[in-house]
Design a protein around this ligand. Structure first.
Ligand SMILES: Cc1cc2nc3c(=O)[nH]c(=O)nc-3n(C[C@H](O)[C@H](O)[C@H](O)COP(=O)(O)O)c2cc1C
Length: 349
């Protein structure tokens, strides 16, 4: 399938997640297979235009992630157009607009999901951006603001008319935040009503969920929390779509993923990765060693909240990671938890 002129070799996408889908994480998910597109964490249009180091850092990516989409947020058409130019100049394949974030800090600034309340203004942003850049401009939205304002169907048509190349719809309202369930009927209705690709988002926790949702008529599926719990979920969904059983992942592989993640985070900080977009790192001042370690440990804490959910002993492991003070301590915890687990003997006869 294609978004504009960008070919995706799988319809499964790593959904943008602030604080989580950094370049290191995206690379590792991509390496497992089944992933057609990765989307960055949301990046401030204001920070991009002003060239603020820490903002630019969120837009970092490496060659192996391609095709890569950078998601930006903001509410001013001219600024969003300028930010789209920065994203294009960085060499990204797609620029995505966040129209789904319900967090007041973002929504207050007439950005994120509050744009859904002003469809005309939202369409003006897309029109300004598509005029400014050649790369495809896409939109990620929610079902609407609340049950009284379910306007994703209307907004989808407006942004299509303004030049958007694809849309992704999370089937919850902003009011719902993450409660209840995603409404895939609304998503499927939108997929039928526009001619650009429509991706659905929400509640795909098992690979089977992705396969089921693909049958609803969407062009593809964005997977968020499911990838944080199980970075192999997209590869497993592809197995199922191809009629194969989903690959089994061992505890050791799960542990190794976390070790690799830490290694990449540390290497990225030193700017050691091949093909890394140094545009950003050269400009930013490297963190001192102590704060770098703290940053990596914090990253692991955030991921482990999702990653070990439902695991036997997972809560205890998370307490350990939350108390750890150094990368070495986290490594030891990972080794003890994932590499020394007593295998489940299975059912007794
Ligand atoms: C921790 C977290 C951070 C998120 N950050 C973003 C974001 O920056 N931009 C965005 O469009 N959506 C963001 N989302 C929403 C997800 O991309 C996705 O649409 C939503 O979680 C529903 O899909 P899921 O059930 O597969 O997680 C975030 C979700 C989570 C859980």
């Amino acid at each position: 399938m294609k978004i504009g002129n960008i070919e995706l070799d799988s319809p499964f996408v790593v959904s943008p997640m602030a604080g989580m889908t950094d370049t290191a994480f995206r690379r590792l998910v991509k390496r497992q297979g089944g992933c057609g597109l990765v989307v960055s964490e949301m990046v401030s249009s204001e920070g991009l235009v002003r060239g603020i180091d820490r903002t630019l850092e969120y837009a970092e990516y490496t060659e192996e992630e391609r095709p890569v989409s950078i998601q930006i947020f903001g509410g001013e058409p001219a600024k969003m157009a300028e930010a789209a130019r920065v994203v294009e100049a960085m060499g990204a394949n797609i620029v995505d607009v966040n129209m789904g974030c319900p967090v007041p800090k973002i929504a207050r600034h007439n950005a994120g999901c509050s744009l859904m309340r002003e469809p005309q203004h939202a369409a003006e942003i897309i029109a300004a951006m598509t005029k400014a850049v050649k790369i495809p401009v896409t939109v990620k939205m929610r079902k609407g603001w609340d049950d009284g304002e379910v306007n994703a169907p209307e907004l989808a048509k407006r942004v299509e008319a303004a030049g958007a190349a694809a849309i992704a719809v999370h089937g919850r309202t902003a009011k719902q935040s993450y409660s209840g369930f995603a409404d895939w009927d609304v998503v499927a209705g939108i997929a039928r009503s526009v001619s650009i690709p429509v991706f659905g988002s929400g509640d795909c926790i098992e690979p089977e969920d992705i396969v089921t949702r693909m049958r609803s008529g969407v062009s593809g599926v964005f997977v968020g929390r499911g990838v944080l719990r199980n970075p192999w979920i997209l590869a497993q969904a592809r197995d199922l779509m191809a009629g194969r059983p989903a690959r089994q992942i061992t505890d050791e592989e799960r542990g190794q993923f976390l070790l690799d993640y830490m290694e990449l985070l540390l290497a990225d900080e030193k700017g050691e990765q091949d093909g890394f977009r140094h545009l950003v790192l050269q400009a930013s001042s490297p963190r001192p060693q102590a704060s770098k370690e703290r940053w990596v440990v914090n990253k692991l804490r955030a991921l482990c909240t999702w990653y070990t959910k439902g695991f036997d002993g997972g809560a205890q492991f998370r307490i350990g990671v939350n108390e750890a003070k150094s990368v070495a301590e986290v490594e030891t915890l990972i080794e003890d938890f994932f590499f020394s687990r007593i295998p489940d003997p299975g059912p007794r006869s």
